[in-house]
Design a protein around this ligand. Sequence first.
Ligand code: KIV
Ligand code: NA
Length: 264
Amino acid sequence: MSKVSSSTLIKFKQEGKKITALTAYDASFAGAFDNEGIDVLLVGDSMGMVLQGHSDTLPVTVDDIAYHTACVRRGIARSLLIADMPFMSYATAEQTLTNATTLMQAGANMVKVEGGEWLLESVEMLTQRGIPVCAHLGLTPQSVHVFGGFKIQGRDSENAQRIMNEAKAMQQAGAQLLVLECIPAALATSISQELTIPVIGIGAGNGTDGQILVMHDVLGISSGYIPRFSKNYLSQTGDIRSAIKAYIEEVQQGLFPSDEHTFN
Ligand code: KIV
Ligand code: NA
């Protein structure tokens, strides 16, 4: 199977083939996910919570992400590998370039950044210099303290319109992929229809071009709170490879997310 690139993902979108994505943090799990045919793997700063046991993503460092990106890279053959730029690692232009370089050199194919309007120049700067960018809008967990909690975003029409405008501006600035997290399904659907770049949702309903989940939620081993939009595939299958296979199939067939995993 040939490697997944950003052009593969655009082609999937044009053909109406759903993109499947998961987080991964090490070579063994990443290798198994890759083997089952996952399209995109993200070394997420969710590692602050699921690996490091913090209550949010803010303590994660560039070195943490680089280390796990290098681990995942060694385990995979086909998937597109995205690395999260952690909290405050892209606050200035200079930091952005230095830290994105570190993650690309650790083995990432693309970096992901959280935020709207203020980030447009950085997205353009990175893209022009050869670093593909995935934008991330909606509930951006690095801003949890500004939001006052992990809350669904874009519920009122003013904020919905802002997110739509930011999504279009991100595409215009050169972003090649967009993650939408925890927004109403109708908004995520119209953003996906308006944009030519692929849109991957988490807690954003069934109308996006693909889905991503945190692997610990899929395997039912996240401690404490399990988000409503998530689904434990291990409990229904009994082994890890079959769980991942079931997730991939349900996303491709449009069965996941169903209504119970969606905000309306
Ligand atoms: O860090 C992460 O795992 C993420 C996904 C939930 C999109 O950003
Ligand atoms: Na993240």
